[in-house]
Design a protein around this ligand. Structure first.
Ligand SMILES: Cc1cc2nc3c(=O)[nH]c(=O)nc-3n(C[C@H](O)[C@H](O)[C@H](O)COP(=O)(O)O)c2cc1C
Length: 432
């Protein structure tokens, strides 16, 4: 047994097990990814395994060029999808994604509160400032990441004010006296500022007793500060343990500076899991999933994030910080750019090494390839050194990987005392 607090475990509904060549497996059910049955099946399996919450990332654009090999960001609307799952599950948290760069805050306040009611208090909001898609919202050129965070900070204030503007207690349903509710308990918010003008109140009462937990992703200075001020959970890209420890310590310090209990913000790295019954099988599955894919995409990731074209360099050439242009370029994600620079400063990798790293080949997430029992040991190792408060599982390669996560890894994590499976990871007291 251990004294480490129980981990909070989410499962990504980004169907990560169909990425790469995963969708080509005969049993992949790739034809079903726009049908509710596909997600209901996964959601029920995850709930039965005690997963704390389902997490649906989102983008608001299509990359048609990518369609020859992948869904290219094709996606159902995440909040509508989770509303469907609300009826088919009872206890699992449902975390949707909504961008503060593109939507009006009134709509998001209403959608989230609706999901919260429809799921009996299980909604969560993954707050993103987005990396792409501005062409669909008339807002080109896309504002810098720092500008997007300034807007996000205001956005959250508006949404929280709207959630408070119509408290559940305003409604009394006093049939005898014919008093439906106390009109004076419902107040306009009269928000006027640089980005938004919102009168309020919201036209939906706040769900009583349990507030909506907030998630955030993006680990630049502004991103971390934003998370430390408002988030309950941080979806983190941490390709190695040192990156996770640094991020978690920093977020905790910043939370304390904002007058919050550091334990109130949970750092939850994405964990890519290629699981099989033997290590050799898992390695084969990992290789098969990535075979023949993505050389051009990897060169582009490096060029976009670092401003360096390595496509004509020999595989064995070492990359050093001196070869990189200025750090202050406007990149889509400073989080991913900083992780790459950090890797180069630390290891001076060769071009070949760089191309195979999770920072380039994946989304810079923690990667495990092997047996469930060994994954449990690795998770324990990260938990015991204070690198994580939980993780968001991104099973890769095949549905078998999903089955082993739910059927072996999580039960073994429970046995180790690290995971309590009470689906309490997100239940939080009412704050609004
Ligand atoms: C791990 C991670 C996951 C993200 N997921 C999404 C997402 O699902 N949808 C989205 O629009 N943006 C997503 N983003 C983008 C962030 O919201 C943010 O706009 C971007 O990282 C820039 O912030 P930064 O400067 O702090 O890196 C993600 C970023 C990270 C690091």
């Amino acid at each position: 047994m251990t004294t480490t607090p129980p981990l909070c475990v989410g499962l990504s509904l980004a169907v990560t097990w169909l990425t790469g060549n995963g969708w080509r497996r005969p049993d992949s059910r790739v034809e079903d990814i726009f049908s509710s049955d596909f997600y209901i099946d996964i959601a029920r399996r995850a709930e039965a395994a005690g997963v704390d919450f389902l997490f649906r990332p989102d983008s608001l654009f299509l990359d048609p060029g990518a369609l020859s090999k992948s869904p290219g960001f094709s996606s159902l609307d995440p909040t509508l999808l989770l509303a469907t799952l609300a009826r088919e599950t009872q206890r699992i948290g449902l975390v949707t994604t909504a961008s503060t760069s593109f939507y009006p805050p009134y709509i998001i306040a209403r959608q989230l509160q609706s999901l919260h009611w429809l799921s009996n208090g299980r909604a969560g909001w993954n707050i993103v400032t987005s990396m792409d898609g501005s062409g669909n919202f008339g807002s080109e050129p896309f504002p810098s990441s720092a500008q997007r965070y300034a807007q996000a900070a205001e956005f959250i204030d508006v949404v929280q004010a709207l959630w408070s503007s119509y408290p559940a207690e305003a409604l009394v349903y006093d049939r005898g006296n014919g008093l439906y509710g106390h009109a004076d308990r419902v107040r306009p918010i009269r928000h006027r500022s640089a980005h938004f003008t919102v009168e309020g109140p919201l036209n939906l009462p706040a769900f009583p007793g349990r507030r909506i937990p907030l998630f955030q992703a993006g680990a630049s200075h502004e991103g971390r500060d934003f998370a430390a001020r408002v988030a309950d959970g941080v979806f983190a890209a941490t390709p190695d343990m040192t990156a996770a420890i640094e991020l978690r310590q920093d977020i905790r310090k910043r939370a304390a500076r904002h007058g919050r209990d550091p334990d109130a913000v949970r750092v939850l790295p994405g964990l890519s899991l290629y699981l099989a019954d033997s290590e050799a099988e898992a390695r084969d599955m990992f290789a098969e999933t990535h075979r023949g894919l993505g050389e051009a995409r990897r060169y582009r990731v490096i060029a976009d994030n670092l401003g360096l074209d390595v496509s004509s360099m020999p595989e064995g050439e070492k990359i050093t910080l001196e070869m990189l242009p200025d750090e202050d370029r406007n990149v889509r994600s400073r989080t991913h750019a900083a992780l790459l620079r950090r890797l180069i400063a630390r290891d001076a990798p060769t071009v070949g090494d760089l191309l195979s790293r999770p920072e380039v080949a994946g989304s810079a997430h923690w990667l495990f390839v092997g047996r469930p029992a060994d994954a449990v040991r690795e998770i324990e190792r990260w938990a015991h050194v204070g690198a994580i408060d939980g993780f968001i599982a991104l099973p890769g390669g095949s549905d078998r990987s999903v089955a082993l996560l739910l059927g072996e890894l999580l039960p073994n994590l429970q046995l180790s005392g690290l995971f309590r499976s009470n689906l309490s990871g997100l239940s939080t007291e009412q704050r609004v």
